[in-house]
Design a binder for this molecule. Sequence first.
Ligand code: SF4
Length: 527
Amino acid sequence: MRAAGSDAVRRILCVFPRYTSAFATWEYAYPLTDGVRALMPPQGLLLIAAYLPQNWQVRFIDENIKAATGRDFEWADAVFVSGMHIQRKQMNDICRRAHEQNRPAVIGGPSVSACPEYYPGFDYLHVGELGDATDALIAHLARDVSRPAQQVVFKTLDRLPMTEFPVPAYELAELNTYFLANIQYSSGCPYQCEFCDIPGLYGRNPRMKTPQQIIAELDKLREGGSTNTVYFVDDNFIGNRKAALELLPHVIEWQKKHGYPTRLACEATLNIAKRPEILEKMQEAFFITIFCGIETPDPDALKAMQKDHNMMVPILEGVRTINSYGMEVVSGIIMGLDTDKLDTASALLQFIDQSKIPMLTINLLQALPKTPLWDRLEREGRLIDDEGRDSNVRFLLPYDHVVSEWKRCMEVAYDPVKLFERYDYQCEYTYTNRVKAPVGGQLTWANIKRALIILRNVFWKVGVLGDYRRVFWKFALKRLRKGDIEGLLSATLVGHHLVRFAQEATHGNQNASNYSIRLREAAVPAE
Ligand code: SF4
């Protein structure tokens, strides 16, 4: 559904801020692609764009792809911004540029919802999810688009049911310039991990769209020319297992009808390994990757952070089970925990070797506002407000030791020899368990052209110019002998990012946390 119409026609400029360079932006992979410039389209802004009254005009600009110009701001009656904490500096800069043209600046999304105090300069704050605050904001702008004398805060008390969410305005985004397309099926998570802000922000009782909404979104993404991987950005895809089981048959039917055109990925808790009935359907629906917040292989640490559900099956067994259904596990890892010992990094590196997980987001612990961890550390006087540090937590171990162990883990885990050995394992023992997409689904002329461009880039930029070309060719020749072009391309694209990011990180040029408040310049250039 849309917001109620208004007589006044407004022009809304939606600007998504640039990302600060981080592990999870995969930016080092972009030069190997056929023109990818950013990771994923911003769900929140495209949702708001679709919800605005039918007769309002919307212009959407993702500054990871191109910068909004003075003329864009001049065109607008109001400027909408959304983003995460890590984009805080860039969001405040968009606000400044809106004010240069005397346009009201409106901010919504996860960062302002958790920390309204980060954004004193904005004219309007939209705190919380889509709901009564959104309607009040729209009604206000319909009446008056002048800048208010004082900041006005709209806070959602009554959320719009997700079953009434419109399909996000994917048509406004240049979908083929994104590494992945994305969809949101549910919001919220029933668990309460100490460091996580999801239950506090979005609730413990997951809310869902209907399967029909998801199919409509898949259709729209496909029509819009999205690249052929869609990431379910749900906080926990199995937060409501019954709902996941209801959705999957619809997705399977959609894939079969269209010849399996789209690979799928999601985030879910590791205890999904105990649910073969879900894994079987995910395999059939062409899910190829699950991001699991394993966080640490140390059981005492998992207990301390209230993540006992990770131990419902032995962790290595859980990873193997997921692999047996054709899905690669990507793992979140946290260092700097109170339970860490002097040999934690060594234990972690052993776990990485044993699990054969190629990609792990290894972060230093960062306390996010509105989490139990924040509250505890505040009570203990262990929160540090220093943008020069890689974490806002006073660790129990010495800070320099924790950071140097993080660098050691990055260096060893993403040593090209070790990384491509793990990818080789995945090609042999995980990817072979995937659905075989029929000719015509994945094998379109557009995909063939894309694959040829990526192959050329990979051979030239990694195989000829790369500083780990010997390792690459050992891996590549084996894959080529087996006719496994897909394994070769997918591993090299992501692997190249991992190797390059780790090289930068060990030289101190990257943040040790995706959530770090250490505000670096956004590294992805805007035009
Ligand atoms: S399971 Fe994941 S989403 Fe849920 S509370 Fe824990 S970390 Fe957050």
